[in-house]
Design a binder for this molecule. Structure first.
Ligand code: ADP
Ligand code: MG
Length: 576
């Protein structure tokens, strides 16, 4: 085993019979998160090193937010590390580590039995064998009666038990990573499952990393307890647990060393040195025998923090490594220019005489016409006419759609009554109602606004509605519990939750409105880009036609970008 300068492991003394091959080797691991919005960096893991031999049961204990989940996610290959080395022997031949996640990770669209049997399904295990293997797992986790229930029908603790069963069923991965798997269980179930876990582990020979905030649990299960300090997470201590195997999770609590170790780890977690503890706490501790004292000094090893200079050096290097390079940052904006590539290609093909300029005039020729129309003011007039029709109609359609979808999304009965009407109207081709609109609103701008509004309305309405209906129940429960008013419910929950749907509808609506408007301007207008394309066709002014087409495309593109930009600003909690 390679010895770290700041960490020395006392495994060999505590567990003399464990083989020395490291199964997991973590060396000078750093992890920092970069916030793209403000460029801030959060260091979650700072210079962590440890080595875990095959078959060892390691518990990691530490205050919340100290980087435990981050560490285990890096080991599972779910998160990138920022610096350092992570080596897993299991990766070479076997499957990646099985993982029990901290948050509920069952698929809501599968029953408990289907969730638990999922790893076997992926491996191609037959249905009959799956059933035979799932059943004992469900019995062990006391879920046999709920095999056919869906996750939303389970309590939090039951969901956690099902996740544990799903991780344990797959015996092909040699490493088992568990992120506070028993955190939400009652004491009794917890002890039963601890005992079961130990039994399975002793049979399987798996290497386990078990994260817990419970010191007692760490001592009950682990061969070793790694204690992490508050953020940024470092290893504060690496403690070999002196209890033998097999263990009885209940009776081992009578061992005086159990209390002593619990006390020591707690002092570490609280950040006060053992010597500085109060009399009050020390009083009930049993008088240590010389043997216990000797044992203690042999098994407890408090790691000194890394020296300041090295830390500052590596921290600076870390920040440089985590901040995305100029290239990768500019890559995000590069997409804006990709339409240019098409234009350049077009120009090249035109100049090489590979396409007929009388039908496909090259961009440079179009640019000439574009410029003269721009100077004459004709283009600006037409573009403004189209843009103002889209803008007015868009707002006219989107706002009522939004309000109605929020209301109907939240109230089921009116929704059931109104939705069939909307669904029937939605399928009517919008262009087909234009003559009717002309009758109703007369010739002029009004029917055009209304047409755009109608098209926008349905798209924004349906995608907002889907967003509201899909709001997870728990958020509505929070609202009810806090007694929000209807308006507050709209503003603070329904609207933000539906925003991704709203923007999706707005993007779809933009495309549709330009199509509709161009069609309408062909026949029923004396201005607008559609009109300009149509009149160019009548005089066979091909380049002018292209100017119209390109202008619509450019305006459409810019408006989609605008919607995108607004979405980035308004929905910062979603990953884009
Ligand atoms: P815990 O020890 O409670 O499991 P975590 O590993 O979840 O802690 O988090 C450690 C630190 O890293 C916290 O400060 C948290 O805010 C930060 N962090 C975790 N995940 C992310 C992420 N995806 N983006 C930014 N910061 C994160
Ligand atoms: Mg966590």
């Amino acid at each position: 085993m390679t010895s770290q300068s700041s960490i020395s492991l006392h495994l060999d003394t505590a567990q003399p019979d464990l083989p020395a091959t490291p199964m997991i080797e973590v060396s000078h691991l750093w992890k920092a998160f970069y916030d793209r919005r403000d460029g801030n960096i959060v260091v979650a893991i700072e210079d962590v090193s440890f080595s875990i031999p095959r078959g060892q049961f390691v518990c990691i204990c530490g205050p919340s937010g100290c980087g435990k989940s981050t560490l285990i996610r890096i080991l599972a290959g779910l998160e990138d590390k920022s610096a350092g080395k992570v080596g897993l022997a299991a990766r070479v031949g076997g499957r990646p580590p099985a993982m029990v996640f901290q948050e509920s990770s069952l698929f809501p669209w599968r029953t408990v039995a289907e969730n638990v049997g999922y790893p076997l399904e992926l491996e191609g295990v037959s249905r009959a064998e799956r059933r035979a293997r799932v059943q004992p797992m469900l019995e062990m986790t006391k879920l046999a009666d709920f095999a056919n229930s869906y996750p939303h029908q389970l309590s939090g603790g039951m969901k956690q038990r099902a996740s544990v069963a799903r991780a344990l069923i797959d015996d092909s991965s040699e490493i088992l990573l568990m992120d506070e798997p028993f955190g939400a269980l009652d004491e009794q179930t917890r002890m039963d499952l601890q005992q079961e876990l130990l039994r399975i582990w002793e049979q399987s020979g798996k290497t386990v990393i078990f994260i817990t905030h419970s010191v007692e649990e760490a001592l009950t299960l682990g061969d070793r307890v790694i204690v992490m300090s508050a953020r940024p997470g470092r290893i504060a201590a690496d403690i070999a647990v002196p209890f033998g195997r097999p263990r009885n999770v209940l009776s081992m609590r009578r061992d005086p060393r159990f209390g002593e170790l619990t006390f020591r780890i707690w002092t570490l977690l609280k950040g006060t040195p053992v010597e500085a503890s109060t009399d009050e706490v020390q009083a009930p501790a049993p008088p240590p025998t010389t043997a216990a004292q000797a044992n203690e000094s042999r098994t407890v090893n408090i790691v000194a923090p890394a020296d300041g200079e090295a830390t500052v050096d590596s921290l600076a290097a870390l920040k440089a490594a985590v901040r995305p390079s100029l290239w990768s940052r500019s890559l995000e904006y590069l997409g804006i220019f990709s339409p240019l590539v098409v234009l350049v290609l077009w120009e090249i093909l035109g100049r090489a005489d590979l396409i007929d300029p009388s039908f496909f005039p090259s961009p440079s020729m179009i640019a000439g016409t574009f410029w003269s129309e721009l100077v004459s003011g004709e283009l600006v007039r037409d573009a403004l006419a189209t843009v103002s029709r889209v803008a007015v109609g868009y707002v006219m359609g989107a706002i009522p759609a939004l309000v109605l979808a929020l209301a109907l999304g939240l109230w089921r009965t009116p929704r059931l009554l109104v939705l069939p009407i909307f669904s029937a109207l939605y399928t009517v081709p919008k262009i087909a109602i234009y003559p009717l609109l002309l009758l109703l609103f007369g010739i002029g701008e009004a029917p055009k606004y209304v047409l755009v509004a109608v098209a926008t309305f349905f798209l924004v309405f349906f995608s907002t509605l889907t967003g509201v209906i899909q709001i997870p129940r728990i958020y509505l429960d929070v609202a009810q519990n806090l007694k929000t008013s209807t308006l507050q419910l709209f503003r603070t929950i329904a609207l933000p939750a539906a925003l991704p749907g709203v923007f999706n509808g707005m993007r779809l609506a933009l495309g549709t409105t330009f199509v509709l408007l161009a069609a309408v301007e062909f026949v029923g207008a004396k201005s607008g880009l559609g009109y300009s394309i149509w009149s160019a066709w009548q005089t066979f002014a091909v380049e002018k036609m292209y100017v119209g087409i390109v202008s619509i495309s450019a305006i459409g593109y810019l408006s989609v970008m605008l919607v995108q930009w607004i979405e980035w600003r308004m929905v910062p909690w979603l990953r884009h």
